[in-house]
Design a protein around this ligand. Structure first.
Ligand code: ATP
Ligand code: MG
Length: 332
């Protein structure tokens, strides 16, 4: 049996090049080596308020973007989290083996909680639901960006705790980070990671941004007071622009050095913008073709759910049996 891969993106805003380089691009690259499940994690998105109409539209937009980026629905499954109720069901069982202290330590919880007037319990529970997403499919590999590393470690801790309390139940998932582009920083502020939910006109490059918009945002990216690229003294803004270029171009470090050493920031930005555009334009073209046929998207989702649902139901059944909960197959 092939190792299973699981990963997801929240429909919480416009997908940006950080999501692409940290997650999507690698999903596409490894999809044929594994049995892959890629998920639009809408139950995660509602841990902070989402406008229902916009959320509904974003879910469909994400399905189309996954496919436009190169996910092959004949081979990989593309599912919407809330269409498989076992995610939430398993999350409850895992909640009951997770100490609150583990959750309060999560840096994403701390940084997102300060942006909210009242902090919903869902924001604290987020990593438990994420553990459920992964463990539900007995996934062995989870390709994500660097910001999810801590949540992945917690998923392993939760799996380990469940397994030691109730007996071997879950496969231990492994984190898979890209070597370049695992943490793309905000273009307006290279000290914070690029995020869908961040505000600010020049923060990110969206996957559906027009070429002129992309040029404008990248030309305005924050750099530093030096005039040109110096690999021995790279400021965070310049390092970030170079990382964006390298991750798209797939150049080696020595190629990057010889090409960009001494280049003035204005020229660097122009080259980064053109590299990004050359990859996003064909993706946008495919996106337009895919969205022209809404029935096709629904078909992909239905076929995918039919394919993966038996895995989800059998894991929940197993977890219930292990915990002593009632199932139709429970012996008296
Ligand atoms: P939000 O602000 O709503 O949390 P986000 O941009 O952080 O949005 P997520 O949906 O939380 O996006 O994450 C989707 C995937 O993209 C995850 O694998 C995550 O690690 C990856 N990712 C998110 N931001 C970046 C980034 N700046 N650089 C690289 N990978 C990223
Ligand atoms: Mg995030």
């Amino acid at each position: 049996m092939k190792t299973r891969v699981f990963s997801g993106v929240q429909p919480s805003g416009n997908l940006h090049i950080g999501n692409y380089l940290g997650a999507l691009k690698n999903w596409v690259r490894i999809q044929y080596d594994y049995e892959s499940i890629y998920c639009i994690v809408d139950l995660h998105a509602v841990t902070v308020f989402q406008d229902p109409k916009e959320l509904r539209a974003k879910i469909r937009e994400l399905v189309a973007l996954f496919l436009a980026a190169g996910i092959d629905p004949k081979h990989s499954s593309v599912i919407v989290q809330s269409s498989v109720p076992e995610h939430a069901e398993l999350a409850w069982m895992l909640t009951c083996v997770t100490p609150v202290g583990w959750l309060e330590r999560m840096t994403q919880y701390k940084s997102k909680a300060v942006t909210q007037e009242t902090v919903g319990d869902g924001l604290l529970q987020y990593p438990v639901l994420m553990a459920a997403d992964i463990l539900l499919y007995q996934a062995g590999i989870v390709p994500v960006g660097d910001d999810q590393r801590q949540h992945l470690e917690l998923s392993r801790d939760i799996a380990q705790r469940f397994n030691s309390l109730y007996g071997e139940t879950f496969v231990m998932p492994e984190t898979r980070l890209p070597s370049v582009g695992a943490r793309i920083m905000g273009l307006d502020d290279p000290s914070t990671k690029m995020s869908k939910s961040a505000k600010g006109a020049n923060h990110s490059v969206g996957l559906l941004d027009s070429p002129s918009q992309i040029r404008k945002t990248i030309m305005r990216a924050t750099t530093d007071s030096n005039p040109a690229v110096d690999f021995d003294h790279l400021g965070p803004g310049v390092a970030n622009l170079l990382a964006v270029f390298q991750a798209f171009a797939e150049w080696r470090d020595d190629q990057m050095r010889s090409h960009f050493s001494g280049m003035r920031y204005g020229d660097l930005k122009k080259q980064v913008a053109e590299m990004v555009i050359s990859h996003l334009e064909p993706l946008q073209q495919r996106y337009r073709e895919i969205t022209a046929d809404p029935a096709y998207l629904d078909g992909v989702l239905k076929e995918s759910v039919d394919r993966i649902r038996p895995i989800a139901t059998s894991t929940v059944e197993l977890a219930k049996q292990r915990m002593g909960l009632y199932t139709a197959n429970t012996a008296a």
